[in-house]
Design a protein around this ligand. Structure first.
Ligand code: FRU
Length: 422
């Protein structure tokens, strides 16, 4: 639940620096978004066919690496571990969201991944959506944050934490061990964050999901950002104020990270976009780079933007977020393959970032070109739907960060979170 911690004088990890004072959210405005334009700097190359899927049995989409408390990617006895949303390849791709199960994969070289098993024995929710995983070395346990989601068509989302897993490594692989305890750590409150019920009045989908753990680089506070919506009181899908995506913030109020308070959102896209998905941070040169993903179809009427990674830069958690490249666009799918990838995750890589994603729908194009549209995919015979879907890790991209400008500079062959050899 939401516990008002302000003024309680809580002490956090590093102790000496004052805790964050929440401020107003920055706005991603229609003016920013009207500058969205694919350029060489912001467009991904077309993904070549033929990437070996990392699993024969499961579709794989949103993926996150096991990281240390400080955000660096964990390597345990030489192994990297990633967690993915997965669903059986018996399902057509559109049905996968309702059956999403988190599984883990491990790798020695950081780009050829082998299947482990499921991340949880008895997770909360009918199915689980995206999250983040932190390994505390001194406690030898994983803090796994995820979204506990109720069945279709409701898709009620709450934020959950699983604690208690550890890892056993050997020459041939990695195994998750231990019994995990699951706790709900956050739910929409109707004031800062729109509830499912409020969204029903708007007639539009809602979000309260994708918890991303990070430690405040100066205060040491344990924080989460997540995908939410700001209640705007709108009551119809044609009202632009129904497009109300935000980046939500929560702060832990106990050391065991089982209790959290909701803080106000720090970024909003009211009348701009309804979904600021999988928010996550990269800290670089004293700057806070906040990345989100969004879809073409969730832009408010009158605005246009591709399925892409978007980003903003500020000097603090509740600072003034400036959209990168003037518009926020960081990595767009190319015009000729507008749905080739999704769910980009930017990970620190020296002064730059490495951006991992999953292969979404190939061979789709704008309806204007007379090809199959995204809406039509679900009406194709199952085998044809499956043929169009990648459902595996996409090649990673290297993206330069230069202040508030970024540039896609390189494509790696496989799905990496840190380059091989590092
Ligand atoms: C992004 C996303 C996440 C969610 C998951 C559901 O790809 O929409 O926000 O956790 O996919 O499948």
């Amino acid at each position: 639940g939401a516990i008002g911690a302000a003024g309680l004088g809580l002490s956090f990890g590093t102790g000496s620096v004052a805790a964050v004072e929440p401020g107003d959210a920055s706005e991603w405005t229609a003016e920013h978004a009207s500058n969205i334009e694919r350029t060489d700097a912001t467009t991904a190359p077309v993904i070549d066919d033929g990437a070996e899927p990392i699993s024969d049995d499961y579709w794989i989409w949103d993926t996150w690496p096991l990281r240390h408390r400080d955000g660096s990617i964990a390597k345990i006895d030489g192994w990297q571990i990633v967690f993915s949303l997965t669903a059986s390849k018996d399902l057509v791709p559109g049905d996968r969201h309702n059956e999403a199960t988190i599984r883990y994969f491990y790798s020695r070289n950081g780009h050829s991944w082998r299947e482990g098993g499921t991340a949880f024995e008895n997770p909360l929710g009918h199915h689980q959506w995206a999250g983040s995983a932190m390994y505390d070395e001194s406690e030898d346990q994983i803090y796994h944050f995820y979204t506990a989601t109720s069945p279709e068509p409701e898709f009620r989302q709450r934020l959950a934490l699983a604690k208690g897993a550890s890892l056993e490594t050997g020459p041939r692989g990695v195994e998750l061990t231990g019994t995990q305890e699951h706790t709900i750590i956050g739910a929409a409150d109707g004031e800062l964050y729109q509830t499912l019920e409020q969204s029903r009045e708007q007639g539009i989908v809602y979000a309260f999901r994708d918890p991303w753990y990070f430690q405040h680089p100066e205060t040491g506070e344990d924080l989460l950002v997540f995908e939410g919506n700001t209640p705007t009181g709108s009551d119809s899908p044609s009202d632009p104020r129904s497009y109300n995506g935000n980046v939500g913030v929560m702060r832990a109020t106990n050391d065991s990270l089982t209790e959290w308070e909701l803080l106000p959102p720090n970024l909003e896209a009211i009348e701009v976009n309804q979904q600021l998905e999988r928010p996550h941070y990269v800290f670089n040169d004293g700057k806070w780079y906040l990345f989100v993903l969004s879809h073409e179809f969730t832009f408010a009427p009158g605005l246009q933007g591709p399925d892409a990674l978007y980003g903003f830069v500020s000097d603090s958690l509740y600072g003034d977020y400036e959209p990168l490249n003037g518009s926020g666009l960081v990595v767009a799918n190319p015009e000729s393959a507008p749905f080739q990838a999704y769910s980009w995750l930017a990970m620190p890589h020296g002064n730059d970032v490495l951006v991992e994603s999953f292969e979404n729908f190939r061979g789709l194009d704008d309806t204007s070109r007379g090809e199959i549209s995204l809406d039509e995919v679900g009406h194709l015979p199952p085998e044809e739907q499956k043929d169009l879907f990648g459902g595996t890790l996409a090649p990673s991209l290297k993206v330069q960060l230069r202040g508030s400008e970024t540039r896609v500079v390189n494509e790696l062959k496989d799905g990496h979170f840190i380059p091989s050899g590092n």
